[in-house]
Ligand binder design. Structure first.
Ligand code: EPZ
Length: 416
């Protein structure tokens, strides 16, 4: 298993470009099976999760080419409806293929995605909505066998603005008979990107980014070209890297509109932030201010995918901060590892109480999940001494050039 070895205490300085969003390209790759044609996707990140989704598409008959950050998909010869179980296990968000395959061929067999490191991750909202659209779904022996003679548009009220459920419904409604309205839809920027991709192939979708999305079923779809939006969580992670080291970092090729909640919280910690729409400079303060409260919420609230990184930053603030995780049940696994580095953090249910310490010390720690692992890297950048981070494969699921980018920003990091 690979490890990162990081010598802490160096200010990060320089410029870093931010690549396309993992959580935009995954549903968009699933959507490529719908048009029975070709799709060309630009600005895609090179990640294990993207590779797994590509393998899934190839396993059902798609032809895929990747050149640098461009992925070319030809979905004209689908041959299978059963998604390989080992690939679903590796990446639970492959459940998004249900909506796409029901639209394309009216049938899919997929294994029940297990929970993951951050919680049980149920899919009840997905299944309830697809059944409302006319799908029959049998669950047996750990598999879901979904069929739909004809998908019929309808009004769907989501109990929770689930990102994945919103995406699955959009994909299932593209060619359904009539109109589908999703209420209490997720408003994340990745939903807007999926709408733009689908409309690019001839779908008729409006309202993504708001709580009400309307999909008018269409019959014919064409080939499509699309550029993925920048990854707002990678951008936020690099912003915290600058903040936690008292650095001065410029982020390029970002969408500043998508990271307003992160900007607001980092300003509260004392960071100076200057930006236009696609570039941002962040200067970390000499001493981090504690923040009274950070609460993770559906977009446009503060993102749960930035909770761990924020806790790492606040662990060296002057004062006590409170972070509440309202989205996932078990997303504090990084805390015990940060405590090994000298952080003073107490967990009470969904709440983390972080009493800032003067400095963290390097230690041997283990990443338990994607964003928690990123938080350990950030803590190591600021810690006094050497930190060894085990199981970096978690981190590489969501960051396609973390080590290279941090080295370019003057960090002392190497992978062994
Ligand atoms: C997406 O996951 C992202 N993943 C996650 O990013 C992100 O944390 C999450 O949205 C929230 O923003 C991708 O886009 C691939 P949800 P998703 O459905 O779709 C519960 C990362 O680090 N829920 O909005 O799975 C669920 O258990 C990853 O990049 C149900 O109860 O998120 C969770 O508590 C981690 N029933 C909450 O809703 C359902 O049917 C949010 O889940 C569906 C979800």
């Amino acid at each position: 298993m690979s490890k990162y070895i990081i010598e802490g205490g160096r200010r990060l300085v320089g410029e870093v470009p931010v690549i396309g969003a993992k959580n935009a390209v995954l549903p968009i790759l699933a959507a490529t099976v719908i048009n029975n044609n070709t799709s060309t996707i630009f600005n895609t990140p090179n990640l294990r999760d993207v590779e797994v989704m590509e393998q899934i598409l190839v396993s059902i008959g798609c032809k895929i080419n990747r050149v640098d950050n461009v992925i070319f998909v030809d979905s004209r010869n689908l041959s299978k409806i059963k998604i390989p179980e080992e690939l679903v296990r590796e990446m639970r968000s492959s459940i998004i293929l249900m909506g796409a395959m029901l639209t394309r061929c009216g049938e899919i067999v997929v294994s029940y995605p297990g929970g993951c490191e951050i919680g049980p991750r149920p899919i009840d909202l997905h299944l309830k909505a697809l059944r409302q659209l006319g799908a029959t779904i049998e669950e047996s022996h750990g598999f879901l066998h979904c069929k739909a003679e004809k998908l019929k548009g309808c009004d769907i009220q989501l109990d929770f603005p689930s990102v994945g459920a919103t995406e699955n419904i959009m994909l299932a409604a593209v060619k359904a008979e009539g109109t589908t309205i999703i209420r209490n839809a997720a408003r994340e920027p990745e939903i807007i990107d999926l709408q733009n991709f689908l409309n690019g192939m001839g779908a008729k979708i409006h309202g993504a980014g708001t709580s009400i999305i309307r999909i008018d079923g269409v019959d014919n779809l064409t080939s499509v070209e699309h550029t993925i939006i920048p990854d707002r969580i990678v951008a936020g992670t690099y912003m915290v890297a600058s903040a936690i080291t008292g650095g001065e970092v410029i982020l390029k090729n970002i969408e500043v509109e998508h990271i307003q909640s992160i900007i607001a919280k980092l300003k509260e910690t004392g960071c100076m932030i200057y930006n236009n729409c696609t570039t941002l400079k962040i200067i970390g303060p000499k001493k981090i201010n504690a923040i009274e409260t950070v609460q993770t919420l559906p977009y446009p609230g503060f993102p749960t995918d930035m909770q761990a990184q924020m806790i790492a930053l606040l662990s060296i603030a002057n004062g006590t901060s409170i972070v509440t995780e309202t989205i996932f049940e078990n997303r504090f696994k990084h805390v015990e590892e940060l405590v090994r580095m000298g952080a003073n953090i107490k967990i009470a249910g969904k709440v983390a109480i972080i009493k800032g310490v003067k400095e963290l010390t390097g230690a041997k720690v283990t990443s338990k999940d994607l964003r928690g692992g990123a938080a350990l890297v950030l803590a190591a950048l600021a810690a006094n001494g050497t930190t060894v981070i085990e199981d970096t494969f978690h981190i590489e699921r969501g960051y396609d050039s973390l080590e290279k980018d941090l080295l370019a920003l003057n960090a002392d990091i190497r992978k062994v």
